[in-house]
Design a binder for this molecule. Structure first.
Ligand code: G1P
Length: 294
């Protein structure tokens, strides 16, 4: 059977961002700037680099800034044009997804990641799709999802990215039970959401990038609450594993978890240091702060 390409991506952005309050009282956590652009911007860039054509945002109340960000800011563009600021204007326009490339659907209640993904079922339809958790900024070349779509083109089925974490941290993540190694991929035997340290089948965590077959939606519609009383995507994937091929791609780049205050700080500092225009100055600023705090 021909392997269908992955054209659509689901971005669950309904979370309340309680770990980064108070800023998230009025700003969606996905819109907090990581150096010079919202965290979500990096994730959309990653999806684009993987050939994604349609972005499905699963939003919630108070997330209107996300819709505005991916729309033309008419007054701003007119002002930049009038002032001759063409470089900034060109950059803004280049970043804008095409007309009709973004869809928005609301998750009406915070019932878990599995439920958020299920809310996108009508927009995804009957084709394979990607899920990108916007808390996680992945830095690598090629980009994580691009590496995954390439591997998917060879094996089809379902694919997730995984990364090693210290054993003590396994209860914060979905953890996989790895089977045989197949080239760059690992066959999946099982997975469990937020296991106790002593029950974890490995220290490989599910790092927030998924390629899934649409059969997951039927499973999610029957999924009962799991870890934390939430409908877990991990539990539905465990069931899907019995029905269709499932692999993991160990991600070897850097993962920045912007969902916590210090993770957010780390991501901002890393992106500032890597900026071609401001990197050297950022380094001097950070170094001076460190020296002064000794
Ligand atoms: C979610 C997933 C989990 C994954 C994690 C990565 O958990 O449920 O499997 O390992 O993202 O960040 P959450 O962070 O929403 O609790």
């Amino acid at each position: 059977m021909a392997i269908k390409p992955v054209r659509k991506a689901v971005l669950p952005v309904a979370g309340l961002g309680t770990r980064v309050l108070p800023a998230t009282k009025v700003i969606p956590k996905e819109m907090l700037p990581v150096f010079d652009r919202p965290a979500l911007h990096y994730v959309i860039d990653e999806a684009r680099a993987a050939g994604i054509e349609h972005f499905i945002f699963v939003t919630g109340r108070n997330k209107g800034a996300i819709e505005d960000y991916f729309d033309i800011a008419y007054e701003l563009e007119a002002t930049l044009e009038a002032k001759g600021k063409t470089a900034v204007l060109d950059a803004l326009r280049a970043d804008l997804p095409g007309a009709g490339a973004c869809s928005f659907v609301r998750q009406q209640a915070p019932l878990g990641l599995g439920h958020a993904v299920w809310c996108a079922r009508e927009l995804v339809g009957g084709e394979p799709f990607a899920v990108l958790l916007p808390d996680m900024i992945m830095r690598s070349d090629p980009a994580c999802l691009a590496e995954m779509t390439q591997a998917y083109g060879e094996v089809g089925g379902n694919l997730i990215s995984v990364q090693e974490v210290p054993r003590a941290e396994v209860s914060s993540y979905g953890i996989v039970d790895p089977g045989a190694r197949k080239g760059a991929l690992i066959e999946m035997r099982g997975m469990v959401e937020k296991p106790a340290v002593q029950d974890a089948p490995s220290n490989l965590m599910i790092s927030g990038r998924y390629i899934l077959q649409p059969e997951i939606f039927g499973i999610l519609s029957r999924q009962t609450p799991g870890a934390g009383g939430e409908i877990q995507l991990t539990d539905a994937m465990q069931t899907l594993m019995g029905e269709s091929p499932f692999h993991a791609l160990p991600f070897t780049g850097e993962v920045f978890d912007t969902g916590s205050k210090t993770g957010y700080l780390r991501a901002s500092a890393a992106m500032a240091l890597a900026d071609p225009e401001h990197g050297a100055e950022a380094r001097a600023i950070l170094q001076a702060l460190l020296d002064a705090s000794r």
